[in-house]
Design a binder for this molecule. Structure first.
Ligand code: ADP
Ligand code: MG
Length: 864
């Protein structure tokens, strides 16, 4: 009942919107006769005229009627296709940031040219988003003819093209590409070290084709750029075997045999510290087992990681205990949360510790897979100033489009009345009965010369039907949505007389099925010089007539999908542009939808009616029950997506902060002032710990000086200001100012031992890399938090609130960590081994080998 009211409300609202647009459509139609008179050249000049008028006060809204009619006129001239009035309607809806539901075959590709042209006039770039590379190329290459005729450029953005080609594609007025590629480019653009490496411009207008598939079906999994961190697995095992040679020095014997201990265990900090004797022993062991050459020092920087590995192995043996810190399940190490005692499936300790423990337990050592960057499709597309989309099936998801993307859905009427006959579902007792009925329906079609498209929910089902058809010698094609181009070719032939095509849901989506076979209507124009009487066209006419007489394209659904939208999508392949056609879904009590979601009433109903094996039943009541089962699942899936988004929204704000910061850094020629201000911030932080009551004691000052020396290479100025002016002990602000000035002065002096050109690049590289390291680590920790937070539910806490609180805290900690490490590392790089490395820095920069330069810097970075 409520559904009906909502439906009615929805429809009347829809009609109202369309009604309001009527005048605009009439206006666009009236403009046509003036354009008829223009020569091709005069028509082309319109683009520049519009651009100019935009500069002098016109808006794209005020230009809409003229611009649309120019596109329509150009399309008539280059394609021989005149945009239908319903396409003009669709174009307006798309321009107004809504979702246009236009049935399959209504010509959405051509519809998109209208808002794409209009919005491209602003020069900000329009992105047309397609489901796969094949469709991006197909639509770009087709519409390129129209856009270039009007003086606009077209780019194609697909996976695997060079960075230069990507830049060109993004600079074009209109870019065609896949959702994944756009999203990944965004993430990758935020990982570069230099502005010129970015490929995207500011995101302005995205027009998404098959929008339900992209914003709903694909929105369940985020886009993730990940890097596998290779482990030298045997190294873990070998180092592990050395552990037994080392002797711990514990508290009890620390006095007596302190010289004999190789390492000390700090249980509180959960750390291991190696002693001098330990280090010597390790060096000897490494030489003995051929890790080091004789007389080679463990302290060479290339060997220092052995110490790291040794420490990990010792930690694994002495600090991390089986059944306390972790358990072993299915030959995998599962972490046990130290606070709650809960197991944390899927989580891994970082930095090689997990591997060290795997080695200790003699398990297979696994590579780490780290998330380098991630975003949900929802949040990527919300970055655009303007967003709109089109599809054959949106109305069932109108609520989600509205609540998540703020997009209203408008159903555009079809160009020709729809005459497809959708027959009621047939329900069988068993799967076998159902499949037999499907096969016999297919056979009848073939005999009638009617083409038939069979939709399945899985590749397995497709193959089962294929096997049965082979047995009775019915030729057919099977599509699995894998080879897009090839499958598009097959789909375009699926309307041939007697053609049998079996396809999973997504297969061939976006390609038209024309009754009679390959679609040559578009070529049927003067530009292509197609003669009406040519043999080819004639035989197509014959085939077309034959198929129309046989009833048009017949659709068979072998199961109902979880979502009504996917079923509608399948049905929609037939009955396009007023074509005849029919559709029927076959179900059985074995179908998982009915087993899991339909109420017992249905099953009892069917049983009481008492159908026999092989017989079927159809009843409106059943159709309603099935639809309500589908709605149940749709709601569940919506909740899952909504939850994913709600969690991502929190990270999304943090991502915006980090990416903004990154952008600022990248866009500056140097970030030296930024470095100095972090330095100041850290010095303040350090001094504040020694100040009490606005004063600093002499003892504290001495301690402070030591720390300043360790942390910032603080060298007292010659005039020793404190000796001259003891009042400074009380005037802490002044003191801090002097210290900051001294340290900054020293730092500036130190970095000018090479030209600024080099030192500034070192600063930038260090800051960006540390930012990235922390952000990546944060993403991974937050991700882990998200997966474990639901456990908090048991403690009467709202997991989402908890997540929000904790991830906020983690973010703050991360920002502090970045600042600390930036300074520590810069001081380290410029003061400690600068002399030794500075020629390498200079050489790499002079040779413009920036990649190696950044890697060289990365190797020097040490995160604490
Ligand atoms: P959709 O994406 O809506 O399913 P397509 O964009 O694939 O439909 O178009 C289906 C077919 O209709 C294409 O062959 C296209 O060339 C043709 N077509 C679209 N618009 C027109 C038009 N205004 N006049 C003639 N043919 C058209
Ligand atoms: Mg399409």
């Amino acid at each position: 009942m409520l559904g009906k009211i909502i439906n009615k409300f929805f429809m009347s609202r829809n009609e109202r919107i369309l009604q309001n647009l009527n005048d605009l459509v009439i206006k666009i139609n009236l403009l046509e006769k003036n354009l008829l008179k223009l020569s091709d050249n005069e028509l082309k000049k319109k683009t520049n005229e519009f651009k100019l008028r935009l500069k002098y006060g016109d808006t794209i809204d005020s230009l809409l009627p003229e611009a649309f009619s120019v596109v329509r006129e150009a399309s008539k001239r280059v394609f021989g296709m005149r945009h239908f009035d319903v396409q003009i309607l669709g174009g307006i809806i798309l321009h107004r940031q809504c979702i246009a539901e236009m049935r399959t075959g209504e010509g959405k590709t051509l519809t998109a040219t209208l808002p794409a042209y209009l919005n491209a006039l602003l020069g900000n770039g329009v992105h047309i988003v397609t489901m796969n590379d094949y469709l991006a190329k197909r639509d770009a290459n087709k519409n390129r003819i129209l856009f270039e005729f009007l003086g606009l450029s077209v780019g194609i953005n697909i996976a695997g093209i060079s960075q230069e080609d990507k830049k060109i594609a993004y600079l074009a007025d209109i870019t065609y590409g896949t959702n994944h590629e756009y999203g990944f480019d965004y993430l990758r653009d935020n990982m570069v070290f230099c502005r010129t490496q970015k490929v995207q411009r500011k995101l302005y207008f995205a027009l998404i084709d098959e929008v339900d598939s992209i914003l709903i079906d694909e929105a369940r999994t985020p886009l993730v750029v990940s890097g596998s961190i290779e482990n030298s697995n045997t190294l873990y095992q070998k180092i592990n075997s050395l552990v037994s040679f080392l002797i711990p020095k514990n508290k009890k014997n620390s006095n007596k045999i302190s010289q004999l201990g190789d390492f000390y265990i700090d249980y509180k900090q959960r750390q291991i510290h190696l002693t001098e004797t330990g280090l010597i022993k390790i060096e000897k062991l490494l030489v003995k087992y051929n890790f080091l050459l004789k007389k080679e020092s463990l302290y060479l920087s290339k060997n220092i990681f052995f110490v790291h590995h040794m420490l990990l192995a010792l930690k694994a043996h002495y600090i991390f205990l089986k059944n306390i810190d972790y358990i072993i399940q299915n030959r995998k190490i599962i972490i046990v949360d130290e606070h709650t005692g809960r197991v944390m499936s899927g989580r891994r300790w970082s930095d090689g510790l997990h591997q060290a423990i795997e080695a200790k337990e003699g398990l297979c050592i696994q590579n780490d897979n780290q998330t380098l960057a991630a975003i949900t499709l929802q949040n990527y597309f919300r970055l655009y100033t303007k967003l709109s989309g089109m599809t054959g099936t949106a109305a069932t998801e109108a609520f989600e489009f509205n609540s998540i993307y703020n997009l209203d859905t408008v159903v555009i009427p079809t160009n020709q009345p729809m005459i497809r006959s959708d027959m009621p579902d047939l329900i069988y007792l068993s799967e076998i009965d159902k499949i037999n009925a499907v096969i016999s329906d297919i056979r009848d079609c073939v005999i009638r010369k009617q083409p038939v498209l069979v939709g399945t929910v899985s590749i397995e089902k497709s193959e089962q039907i294929s096997r049965l058809l082979k047995k009775i010698n019915i030729p057919h094609n099977v599509l699995n949505a894998k080879k897009h181009a090839q499958e598009a070719e097959i789909i375009s032939q699926a309307g041939e007389p007697s053609a049998v095509t079996i396809a999973t849901n997504m297969a061939g989506r976006g390609t038209d099925i024309v009754l009679g076979g390959i679609n040559d209507r578009s070529k049927n124009n003067k530009k292509y010089n197609f003669k009406k009487n040519s043999l080819f066209v004639k035989s197509w006419d014959e085939k077309n007539k034959l198929v129309v007489k046989s009833g048009g394209l017949h659709i068979i659904g072998t199961e109902r999908h979880e979502s009504r939208r996917i079923d509608n999508q399948l049905r929609g392949r037939s009955g396009r542009q007023g074509d005849p056609g029919s559709s029927r879904f076959y179900l059985s009590l074995d179908d998982s939808l009915i087993r899991l979601f339909a109420s017992d009433n249905i099953i009892n109903f069917i049983r009481t009616i008492g159908i026999k094996p092989g017989q079927s039943i159809k009843h409106p009541w059943l159709s309603i029950a099935i639809e309500s089962a589908q709605k149940k699942i749709e709601n569940q899936n919506f909740d899952t997506r909504k939850q994913l988004l709600e969690y991502d929204n929190i990270v999304n704000e943090q991502r915006a902060v980090i990416y903004n910061e990154r952008d600022k850094l990248i866009n500056q020629s140097n970030i030296h002032d930024h470095v100095l201000s972090i330095l100041k911030d850290r010095i303040y932080f350090c001094i504040k710990q020694y100040v009490s009551g606005g004063k600093i004691s002499i003892d504290s000052f001495l301690a402070l000086e030591k720390e300043l020396k360790n942390n910032f290479y603080y060298i007292k100025p010659k005039n020793k200001f404190l000796a001259h002016d003891t009042s400074l002990y009380k005037n802490v602000d002044k003191l801090i100012e002097l210290i900051v000035a001294t340290i900054q002065f020293n730092y500036n002096k130190q970095i000018t031992s090479i030209a600024h050109k080099y030192s500034y690049m070192i600063e930038k590289s260090v800051v960006l890399q540390i930012l990235d390291i922390f952000w990546i680590e944060h993403l991974n920790s937050v991700d882990f938090l998200r997966h474990s937070i639901h456990l908090r539910g048991y403690a009467q806490q709202d997991p989402q609130q908890e997540y929000k609180r904790e991830s906020f805290f983690m973010f703050q900690t991360m920002l502090e960590g970045i600042k600390n490490n930036v300074i520590k590392n810069l001081i380290n790089i410029f003061y400690i081994d600068f002399e030794r490395k500075k020629n390498t820095y200079i050489n790499l920069i002079d040779q413009k080998d920036y990649n190696s330069f950044h890697i060289f810097i990365m190797k020097s970075i040490d995160i604490k």
